[in-house]
Ligand binder design. Structure first.
Ligand code: CU
Length: 135
């Protein structure tokens, strides 16, 4: 009986820890750190059509972008002029700065590519995934 209670306590504790770090569930509040050449976290989920608050920090030494591509649009070799018409939303942030933005999440559920448009950064692996889920 005692062993069972300990097990229950452990499982309960783990579920609390998962809830605390988001667990991948949809959120209207995102907080993302950028450096050369990563987004942290690199995987976020938002509810479709909702207003999203995005807190962005550029902890790197160069300009980074947070670019959400349209559904189904994938950047090719590197982000370039040909990708601009496929941009859903974009924020650009100088090194060592932070800002809070709001944007409306896409209305169509699916997986959206998030990339940095500074030349060479996408090529270096600076990308993330935005998952939009129906409410
Ligand atoms: Cu970048």
């Amino acid at each position: 009986m005692k062993k069972y209670l300990v097990l229950v306590a452990i499982v309960f504790g783990m579920s609390l820890a998962l809830a605390a770090c988001g667990g991948g569930g949809p959120s209207t509040n995102l907080s993302v750190d950028m450096v050369e050449f990563t987004f942290t976290p690199a995987d976020f989920t938002v509810p479709a059509g909702q207003e999203i608050t995005l807190e962005l920090r550029n902890n790197g030494a160069v300009v980074h972008d947070f670019i959400i591509m349209n559904l189904g649009a994938e950047v090719g070799q590197d982000f370039g002029e040909e990708d601009v018409p496929n941009v859903y939303w974009k924020a650009e942030l100088g090194p060592g700065t932070s800002n809070t933005y709001t944007f409306t999440a896409p209305s169509q559920p699916g997986e959206y590519q998030v990339v940095c448009g500074t030349p060479g950064h996408y090529l270096a692996g600076m990308l993330a995934k935005l998952t939009v889920v129906a409410e």
